[in-house]
Design a protein around this ligand. Structure first.
Ligand SMILES: NC(=O)c1ccc[n+]([C@@H]2O[C@H](COP(=O)([O-])OP(=O)(O)OC[C@H]3O[C@@H](n4cnc5c(N)ncnc54)[C@H](OP(=O)(O)O)[C@@H]3O)[C@@H](O)[C@H]2O)c1
Length: 276
């Protein structure tokens, strides 16, 4: 298959990231190294990991050992918690060491904090890492609108990205509109509904796919790209890796978009708040 041309999105001054990336949650077994090499081979250049995923060493080794200049990759990782200034500084150092890099492209707080002091301290640490050029962009994940507003009250640099659960079955429109208003790029985690049978029962997506000669997964991902999101699907299967990346040479029309909008039940698959 010819390699798809992935478009880019600007997330910070002089920092761009591919419009579609590779998720690595649960890729922490013996096969992870081969899976990551296959993803690089398929053309993925944005890799999403986290200090909780247990695979930062594998992700780091894969990109550093690929023979492709490190500058061509965007490696994103996250600080799971607990937060606060010192904890974030320590977590960052540990992540950078595990990844084997001096500088991380995108560093995110994995979950919002209820405690305003923790929030303020955590974000101050993020801004310092940016000022020290140890990260190229800073962001958050799983932050609701109120969480973002709380953080922005004290932020000098706003988050470049909020990584949230989004897929056709939970489209998060209000949240996405807030991101647009605040100039935050939406990364979509679980973009395929986390492989919990949603795609298999996706008659609407399959029917739209048949019209375009595409799979249901490609329709879900194309929908996200057209909405201006950055989906980060995970697949351990090289054929599906290529399939998921190959969504940049067709367009969903207004009728397709209206049908997909009807799938939105607002039901999240993952947790709303931090699981601790
Ligand atoms: N910030 C957060 O709190 C958070 C939470 C969850 C996830 N994430 C990030 O988001 C990434 C993606 O989310 P996710 O991994 O939970 O779910 P996902 O990408 O929506 O779904 C992955 C599942 O879909 C299957 N799949 C992949 N491509 C497919 C295709 N073309 N057709 C049919 N099935 C396909 C995969 O199976 P195979 O592997 O067998 O192909 C896997 O079971 C994660 O890996 C992680 O990096 C972040």
């Amino acid at each position: 298959m010819e390699r798809a041309t992935v478009r880019e999105v600007t997330i910070a001054p002089r920092v761009t990231m591919p419009r579609l990336g590779f998720g690595t949650f649960k890729l922490n077994d013996a096969a992870a190294t081969a899976v990551l090499a296959a993803a690089i081979d398929a053309g993925y250049r944005l890799f999403d990991t986290g200090d909780r995923y247990g695979n930062e060493p594998e992700v780091g080794r894969a990109v550093r050992g690929s023979g492709i200049p490190l500058e061509e990759f965007v490696v994103a990782t996250k600080c799971y918690g607990p937060a606060g200034y010192d904890a974030v500084r320590r977590a960052f150092d540990a992540s950078a060491q595990r990844l084997g890099v001096d500088r991380v492209d995108l560093y995110m707080l994995h979950w919002p904090r209820e405690d305003p002091d923790e929030t303020r301290g955590a974000w101050r640490a993020m801004e310092e890492l940016l000022a020290e050029n140890r990260v190229r962009a800073i962001g958050v994940a799983n932050h609701g609108i109120a969480d973002l507003e709380r953080l922005l009250r004290h932020a000098t640099v706003p988050p470049a990205v909020n990584q949230i659960e989004v897929h056709p079955w939970c489209a998060r429109e209000e949240q996405r509109v807030a991101h647009d208003r605040l100039g935050i790029v939406t990364q979509a985690w679980g973009p395929l509904g986390r492989g919990r049978g949603l795609l298999a029962s996706a008659g609407v997506l399959s029917a739209i796919g048949a019209k375009h000669g595409r799979t249901a997964a490609q329709i879900a991902l194309r929908w996200q790209v057209q909405l201006g999101l950055v989906p980060i699907p995970k697949s351990a299967d090289p054929r599906r890796m290529a399939e998921n990346l190959d969504v940049f040479d067709f367009e969903l029309d207004a009728g397709d978009l209206a049908e997909i909008a009807r799938l939105d039940t607002g039901q999240l698959v993952g947790p709303v708040r931090a699981p601790w």
